[in-house]
Design a protein around this ligand. Structure first.
Ligand SMILES: O=C(CO)[C@H](O)[C@H](O)COP(=O)(O)O
Length: 239
């Protein structure tokens, strides 16, 4: 049977104007964003420092469409350790919470903790981190995110080895779905642009984080529309 995948565009507010964060979130949602991607960096797991749960709580009321439909807040924790901050971000309004398995001493416990707090848990893989962590976790998570840059900074170039890694992750998810399991989202983060998003989709991704490509342009709606035009051309998949 053939199913069309739903593609989601998740602008990373890492590249937004922090002095006008609420307005930036509203503008990018008005421009067609499906998720708001919130990059949390601790200057320990990654060599940069961004924002904490108080900023997340302040941004949350802006995460809705003009008609009031909520837009999920996709919190990416680049922090070590994970559990305490995951708890704080759940209380601050996160919908998805993703973390790096190499940053948690007890990955299954962290996944269970995030779900117990009412959020959707996910794992994030750096470019050189193997997907073997998924063997015993895929059935318990809602999102797999592949970093296509080394984490810590926006505006980097897409790392090509992500293409084959996406194909492998997609095959693991498709097998799980074929066996009646959870249709886990496959997100890609780093260097996603209008000129490569179609190829990334064809490799298997369904959810696309883009920071500088969107916030670096004057009209967010134009970029999001261009990305959707490219995604509409992505080859369909038989699952
Ligand atoms: O997590 C990140 C970096 O660690 C960012 O989300 C990612 O790099 C997106 O930024 P850009 O689209 O500018 O590459």
């Amino acid at each position: 049977m053939s199913h069309e995948r739903t593609f989601r565009i998740a602008p990373s507010i890492l590249s937004a104007d922090f002095a006008r964060l609420g307005d930036e979130v509203k503008a990018v949602i008005d421009g067609g964003a499906d998720f708001i991607h919130f990059d949390v960096m601790d200057n320990h797991y990654v060599p940069n420092l961004t924002f904490g749960p108080m900023i997340c709580q302040a941004v949350k009321p802006y995460c809705k469409k003009a008609d009031g439909t909520p837009v999920p807040l996709d919190v990416h924790l680049m922090v070590e350790p994970v559990d305490e901050l995951a708890t704080q971000f759940a209380k601050a309004g996160a919908d998805y919470i993703t973390f790096h398995p190499d940053a948690s001493k007890h990955v299954d416990r962290t996944i269970q903790l995030i779900r117990s707090l009412g959020c959707k848990p996910g794992l994030v893989f750096n470019p050189a981190t193997p997907l073997s962590w998924l063997e015993y976790t895929l059935k318990n998570i809602d999102i797999v995110m592949l970093m296509s840059v080394n984490p810590g900074f926006g505006g980097q170039s897409f790392i090509e080895s992500t293409i084959s890694k996406l194909g492998y992750a997609r095959s693991l998810i498709d097998v799980q779905v074929a066996m009646g399991g959870n249709p886990v989202l496959l997100e890609v983060d780093g260097g996603v642009k209008t000129d490569n998003i179609r190829r990334i989709a064809e490799a298997g991704a369904d959810t696309f984080v883009a920071g500088s490509a969107i916030f670096g342009k004057p009209d967010y709606a134009v970029v999001v529309a261009q990305m959707r035009d490219e995604l509409a051309l992505a080859g369909g998949r038989e699952v």
